[in-house]
Design a binder for this molecule. Structure first.
Ligand SMILES: [Zn+2]
Length: 507
């Protein structure tokens, strides 16, 4: 999910800051971006030098027969969603929390289940998870293997039968600048509780160990969640009056005692600090709120404006953001991450922002926000088919520049795509040989080429109609390549086979 910065990264960032002071702002851009939005995290060093226009693909819209606008309706959420009740008592200054959890789980497959799987992400970190009890009305015993806990049932859970699992545990946040860990000015609580992974009748439980490459960078996103409902409470002990909480949903309550509800979500996250400065704007009924540190107060205002533009664009291209709050939180670490209702962007990107469009904040804010759709509402298996969220999120950056900063589109292609040199197959998974860099080059960068080539082939009308159709049809679903291509088949007669054959190892 995140990577500990190494000395090289620190050095890059330090140099980066120095150059800014010298106003050599176009010489070197350190982009932590692709960090999978936290997923993998690393940085990309880019030397922007706008390439000649002839190297930039151009769009040649073509009329198609099936691009007439149609009225779309969001699908109903999955019946019998897993329900998580989580009560967290957290001590910000000691970095630990006590949790009582109740999981209400329904067997949505057509087979009886002899056991249920739990994934326990905090066990990725040594001494970060201590379980006091695990019981359930059908749980006879359990066994633990790495981050997996297998619950053996006293009798099979029948299709459409519901069972309740109760767990009490403590989390001890690691001293780790990432999405699960603390620094001296932030505590991030993401992937912090046991969850039941999706069950696929052909593949079984969709749970995977995380992949760490030889440079100690986590490759992509191994955690795959169902769309679930959350009912969460947070009680802050110790100086609650000093502490601000960013969360995946709006809070009810005061004085360090808060409750939250979030439906049809992949997960529930907190970011907590005694050093946050907040700024919010409201656009089309959605509150866009930033949480930054003191030296980023101005940028905290700017980022809400960038976000408002991005939300407006995605509202048009896909559908309007269906929640009432999105939180943008500065990450006290060197990568970026999307969660339900919240995105985190590195302090390095915030600190470098100088108000012009050709900066990382203007690239990464639209990228991470697009994951609210391509991750948060439209699911996919991030381990097996990461391009379905990362290629689309990276392409969303281009769409943002086309709409709001068309004069910088060539710059975007140059620094974001051509400099790192796209290679590899778009349908690579997180086990790609070579680790993070080949993963990024294939999934993100070749992914952009793939999408752009499709757009050129079918024309803007059919491309955007297909994209919108894909979004609506696969909301609250784990979409696949077939779902993506099906959406295009509804709007174009173009044969996309040659393009798919060019970019996919398994066309
Ligand atoms: Zn991303």
């Amino acid at each position: 999910m995140e990577v500990s910065p190494n000395h090289d990264e620190s050095t890059y960032w330090y140099n980066f800051g120095s150059m800014k002071k010298q106003h050599l702002f176009l010489l070197l851009i350190v982009v932590t971006l692709l960090a999978g939005c936290g997923k993998a995290s690393t940085e990309v060093i880019i030397e922007p030098s706008p390439t000649s226009p002839e190297t930039i693909p151009t769009v040649t819209p073509e009329p198609t027969l099936n691009e007439a606008p149609q009225a779309y309706v969001l699908p109903d959420p999955l019946a019998n969603p897993t329900h998580y009740r989580l009560d967290l008592i957290f001590n910000y200054y000691s970095h630990f929390g006590s949790v009582t959890q109740q999981i209400t789980y329904t067997n949505k497959s057509s087979y009886p289940m002899a056991e249920i799987m739990l994934v326990v992400p905090p066990r990725n970190f040594e001494n970060s998870y201590e379980q006091y009890s695990l019981t359930g009305d059908l749980v006879s015993s359990f066994r633990e293997e790495g981050i997996i806990t297998y619950l053996m049932l006293s009798r099979p859970l029948e299709p459409l039968e519901t069972t309740v699992i109760k767990i009490s545990f403590r989390i001890y946040l690691p001293d780790n600048p990432g999405i699960f860990g603390y620094t001296n000015q932030q505590a991030n609580i993401s992937d912090w509780y046991p969850f039941v992974p999706p069950y696929d009748e052909e593949k079984g439980w969709l749970a995977y160990p995380r992949v760490v490459d030889e440079n100690n960078i986590i490759v992509g996103e191994s955690i795959v969640n169902e769309f679930s409902n959350f009912e969460v409470s947070l009680t802050l002990v110790s100086h609650a009056d000093l502490i601000e909480v960013a969360a995946s949903a709006p809070a009810q309550g005061t004085d360090g005692k808060y409750t939250y509800t979030l439906e049809h979500a992949r997960g529930f996250t907190f970011s907590i600090s005694d050093s946050y400065f907040e700024h919010e704007i409201v656009q089309d009924g959605v509150t866009i709120r930033s949480y930054v540190f003191m030296n980023e107060i101005e940028t905290g205002i700017s980022v809400t404006e960038i976000a408002a533009n991005a939300m407006k664009l995605y509202g048009e291209l896909l559908y309007p953001y269906p929640r009432e709050l999105i939180s943008i939180v500065v990450g006290d670490f060197l990568h970026n991450m999307e969660m339900d209702g919240m995105i985190m962007i590195s302090y390095g990107i915030f600190d470098f922002y100088d108000g012009i469009p050709q900066t990382d904040l203007t690239i990464m804010t639209p990228h991470e926000l697009s994951h609210q759709w391509f991750y948060g509402f439209i699911g996919n298996n991030h381990a097996l088919e990461p391009w379905l969220d990362e290629a689309l999120a990276t392409y969303a950056e281009l769409l943002y520049y086309e709409r709001y900063h068309p004069e910088s589109v060539d710059w975007w292609w140059s620094v974001r795509i051509y400099k790192p040199v796209p290679t590899g197959f778009v349908d690579s998974d997180i086990w790609i040989p070579g680790g993070y860099i080949p993963y990024r080059d294939a999934v993100y960068l070749q992914g952009v080429h793939f999408l752009h080539e499709i757009r050129q082939a079918v024309g803007d009308g059919a491309f955007f109609a297909s994209l919108k159709d894909y979004a609506y049809a696969n909301t609250y679903n784990l979409a696949t390549k077939a779902d993506f291509l099906d959406a295009f088949s509804r709007h174009t007669n173009q044969d996309l086979t040659p393009i798919i054959a060019k970019y996919f190892q398994n066309p």
